[in-house]
Design a binder for this molecule. Structure first.
Ligand SMILES: [Zn+2]
Length: 111
């Protein structure tokens, strides 16, 4: 294990720990504009007259896709948690790569 690999692993671990402590949510926020159910509403004629934009939080749980509409207050409150969840996913992939390199070297299996 090189010193650079060591420092990298240490950085990933502490960044992950900080994100987990702050609190996170899986999934993503999507902004959507919609057509309503009233056939004579302007939204059916003119794409600039769509309703919204509305914010939707969606995530997968036990193999099922779940989507929830958020009001402005919820959006404000959940936005940072979802962002931290995204960063955790990214860092976890980096962690896997770094840990694989570490163990492959340590056990004398690979490069
Ligand atoms: Zn409408």
């Amino acid at each position: 294990m090189t010193k650079r690999d060591d420092e990298r692993l240490e950085r990933i671990r502490s960044e992950l720990a900080a994100l987990v402590v702050e609190g996170s949510l899986p999934g993503s926020l999507v902004v959507r504009s919609l057509r309503c159910g009233r056939r004579n509403c302007a939204c059916h004629q003119d794409p600039t007259q769509l309703h919204g934009p509305y914010v939707q939080w969606s995530y997968s749980y036990r193999g099922k896709r779940v989507a929830r509409w958020l009001n402005a207050e919820q959006t404000e409150r959940l936005r940072d948690q979802v962002e931290r969840g995204r960063q955790i996913k990214e860092l976890t992939a980096e962690l896997d790569a770094a840990e694989i390199r570490r163990i492959e070297r340590a056990e004398g299996w690979g490069a």
